[in-house]
Design a protein around this ligand. Structure first.
Ligand code: MN
Length: 402
């Protein structure tokens, strides 16, 4: 992997999906995965294969159908987990098994009830098995930020020796500060033989509101894969928000002279797609994708922005895909306005579908004063789900008739 490129590892469908209110159907996951591929992420963690048959099926379908990103499944350092993960990602063009094993004393003693020696042994075995079942193996010592540096160096060294391609050091509980986190990676780079031959990865949580800051600090310390989610969804306070890391790398390219494969204009559409799929959207003041992220109300600010947007905007809304044309859609709006807003949101409907969407839109507009982007996405998603149901029923009939 090139040294000046940052790889985006998206875990919206795994760490994100396992948090309250965020569950998605198999079909919704496939649609999200396709949009993540369009956005240009490098790796999609599509699920945790052994956790359920549904998760397994989602990963398998995504591995089969989504092209571009590496497709990964999570696995504990157990034979049955790793084998199940290997089966799920088998049909991917490039497959990865992401194996994790807790390394902090508190997790080893109270959760896994194993010694450090057993953890080392399990790591070596698990990584070696993973290598036989997928193109790449990523290893994560869970709760790395509460693990002693000596033991962390030892377990990472063993994983590298066993063939791990990526070493991810997760701040599982959102405990680290940016300088702690960067320091930990520097220790690994200085002390572990072979650390320069693997990709180091950051996985950060927002319990202290530091997830994105920690990811950027890791990049400063030489880390070249960042694990993140759309809208920052994830366990507890969430994971690092992909859109925030991406925008920081763009706006502060002077500070972070690195490349990546994302198309930032897709950030807002995918944020809205996720919001329409799960039970909540980003808060209005959420950076980059919140509804107020580019709104100016104070008179002095409005005057400045009208004279020159750079007075109060460090990036243009268009650069992250936020529609600049803020026409309000309501019951007096026509088909044309609806179509152009849907295109801005990433839905280019065929004329017949647009007719259906327009009818549903006018019904909704009779009930609501203003129609927001999220309403439109829900409306289109509802229509697509309806079609899928019809499609599934038809397939069933054919199957029965055979
Ligand atoms: Mn996590």
């Amino acid at each position: 992997m090139s040294n000046d490129r940052v790889y985006f590892f998206d875990t919206t469908l795994r760490d994100g999906e396992q948090s309250p209110g965020c569950s998605m159907t198999q079909h919704e996951k496939l649609q999200m995965a396709q949009s993540l591929a369009d956005l240009g992420v490098d790796v999609i963690e599509a699920g945790f294969a052994i956790s359920s048959d549904g998760d397994f099926a989602s990963i398998e379908t995504i591995a089969q159908e989504v092209r571009g990103p590496v497709i990964a499944s999570l696995a504990r350092a157990k034979t049955e987990d790793i084998e199940r993960a290997g089966q799920a990602v088998k049909k991917a063009k490039r497959s990865r098994i992401h194996i994790f094993l807790a390394s902090s004393d508190i997790h080893l003693e109270y959760k896994l009830k194993i010694s450090r020696e057993q953890a080392i042994e399990n790591t070596a075995k698990a990584v070696a098995l993973g290598k036989t079942l997928a193109d790449e193996v990523e290893f994560s010592p869970e709760d790395a930020t509460r693990t002693s540096h000596d033991f962390l160096c030892q377990i990472v060294g063993v994983a590298i020796e066993a063939g791990a391609n990526v070493i991810n050091l997760p701040d599982t509980v959102g405990y680290a500060t940016p300088s702690d986190y960067a320091g930990m990676f520097r220790v690994i780079r200085e002390r572990v033989p072979g650390a320069d031959k693997v990709t180091l990865s950051a996985h950060t949580h927002d319990d202290l509101g530091l997830a994105v800051a920690n990811a950027l600090a890791a990049i400063d310390a030489g880390v070249r894969q960042v694990e993140c989610t759309i809208n920052g969804i994830g366990e507890r306070a969430g994971n690092a928000a992909l859109e925030e890391i991406a925008a920081a790398l763009r706006v502060r390219a002077d500070r972070y002279p690195v490349e990546h494969g994302l198309n930032l204009e897709k950030l807002y559409p995918i944020s809205q797609q996720l919001a329409g799929t799960i039970s909540f959207g980003p808060s209005p003041n959420k950076a980059i994708v919140g509804s107020n992220a580019f709104a100016h109300e104070a008179g002095i600010h409005q005057h400045g922005v009208l004279s020159n947007p750079l007075t109060y905007e460090i990036m243009t809304p268009a650069s992250v895909g936020v529609p600049t044309n803020r026409m309000v859609l309501g019951k007096h709006s026509g088909r044309h306005a609806l179509r152009s807003r849907l295109i801005a949101l990433g839905y280019n409907l065929a004329p017949a579908d647009l007719d259906i969407a327009y009818r549903a839109f006018t019904e909704l507009a009779d009930k609501k004063k203003a129609i927001y982007d999220l309403d439109l996405i829900n409306l289109v998603a509802h229509h697509q789900r309806h079609e899928d149901l019809i499609g599934e029923a038809a397939t069933e009939t054919i199957a029965r008739s055979n």
